[in-house]
Design a protein around this ligand. Structure first.
Ligand SMILES: C[S@@+](CC[C@H](N)C(=O)[O-])C[C@H]1O[C@@H](n2cnc3c(N)ncnc32)[C@H](O)[C@@H]1O
Length: 220
């Protein structure tokens, strides 16, 4: 059975938008965004948190993986990566650009992560870069325990929050650090890092886009 489309989904929206409203606008702009995402350098972008990333071989879950830029860097460092991406155009580009057997692509998304959870795996690092603000408040409340439940003992989680003007055609919500930390603590993960960053991209920086980066550890 097919899910009914959401009232605000654009006519050109694909199955990803119907199932995961937060993907709204991505399929239409995929050609431009693929180049944009791939143009970011992992080590430069995440320089300040590199010391907090796993060094031993780990299982990593990249949710809202986009083109798999970060997934590919994790795979190149010897980790096995599950890249979750509901936008078909990004998944296809990711498989083509980063054909690494250490990356397992899954068509799934927040807040439920049904397919990921059905695999019954636990992850040493859950990576959510640029995705959490696509969830509305109810979705965020549902997603946090689902994601926290996927962490292995000692597991770590990154969430980045985008603040500022919403790009045309996209679905984003204002999200605070404090709400995110409170939801995480309720789900059994505690913050170990909270930092505010300007946007890396020049256009976004000039438009006043800023980011919060949060890193959490499973409380046990
Ligand atoms: C700003 S992009 C970030 C992509 C990638 N993480 C990066 O840093 O380049 C946001 C991504 O989240 C995905 N997305 C949107 N809603 C989602 C949801 N409900 N669950 C999982 N991914 C979602 C989009 O398809 C898109 O790939």
């Amino acid at each position: 059975m097919t899910d009914p489309p959401h009232a605000w989904a654009p006519a050109t929206a694909g199955a990803g938008t119907r199932r995961f409203p937060g993907t709204q606008g991505y399929a239409d702009q995929a050609a431009i965004l693929i180049d944009l995402y791939e143009g970011l350098d992992f080590a430069h972008t995440y320089a300040v948190i590199l010391p907090l990333l796993p060094t031993r071989r780990s299982r990593i879950l990249d949710i809202g993986a986009g083109t798999g830029r970060d997934a590919a860097c994790f795979a190149a460092r010897g980790h096995s990566v599950t890249a979750v991406e509901p936008t078909e155009a990004f998944r296809a580009a990711g498989k083509r650009l980063h054909p690494d057997p250490a990356i397992d692509w899954i068509d799934d998304g927040l807040p439920t992560l049904h397919r990921v959870r059905a695999q019954g795996l636990r992850y040493d690092l859950v990576w959510m870069s640029g995705v959490w603000m696509h969830l509305d408040p109810a979705e965020r409340r549902q997603a946090m325990p689902a994601v926290a439940g996927l962490l292995a003992p000692g597991g770590r989680m990154l969430i980045t929050l985008r603040h500022g003007p919403v790009p045309a055609g996209r679905r984003m919500f204002p999200v605070t650090d404090w709400e995110t930390i409170a939801l995480a603590e309720d789900a059994g993960v505690r913050p170990i890092l909270q930092t505010h960053r300007p946007s890396i991209g020049t256009a976004n920086r000039q438009a006043g886009v800023t980011w919060t980066w949060l890193i959490f550890d499973r409380a046990d």
